[in-house]
Write a protein that binds this ligand. Structure first.
Ligand code: DQA
Length: 150
């Protein structure tokens, strides 16, 4: 049987990783992150399907589609974290475990970053650990997926 696939979604401006505010978000590019995740997935018995969009509706559509085909969602929704009820509804509708990731510690930053629409529906949240947070999220997701199929 094929390994269960986890959808990893990155939202707006995360295509700029490595160039964008490196003091906050680091020098690693999104392509590097996606390679790290593909390498980390294999020994965990998972596959990853990594996507990035600057468009809220596209992220919504991908969450809806994941319901039928994927085992879990790892999402760094960027600024949509703090604004998008539509994305939250799409994740709820997907009925898949969610792990929310942020590179920066959103609680140590401006107050408008302290609220997340996704956190209340997430199995867990990882923030402030940079790109390593995505790998930690994948490791946690492997346990969650295993528990679901057991
Ligand atoms: C972010 C934090 C958000 O507040 C911000 O809008 C981002 C990136 C992070 O990964 O730290 O785009 O999600």
């Amino acid at each position: 049987m094929a390994d269960p696939t986890v959808m990893v979604l990155n939202g707006p401006n995360l295509n700029m990783l490595g160039k964008r505010e490196p003091a906050i978000y680091g020098a690693t590019t999104l392509a590097d992150v996606e390679r790290m995740l593909a390498d980390a997935a294999k020994p965990l018995g998972l596959a990853v399907d990594c996507r990035q969009s600057n468009h809220e509706g596209e992220l919504v559509t991908w969450c809806q589609q994941a319901r039928e085909t994927h085992a879990g969602l790892i999402i760094n929704a960027g600024a949509y974290t703090h604004t998008s009820l539509a994305l939250r509804d799409a994740v709820t509708a997907a009925e898949l475990p969610l792990i929310e990731v942020h590179l920066s510690n959103i609680y140590a930053r401006e107050s408008f970053r302290h609220h997340s629409y996704l956190s209340p529906i997430a199995a867990g949240v990882i923030c402030g650990l940079g790109v390593q947070g995505y790998v930690l999220a994948l490791q946690a997701m492997a346990e969650i997926v295993k528990a679901h199929v057991a």
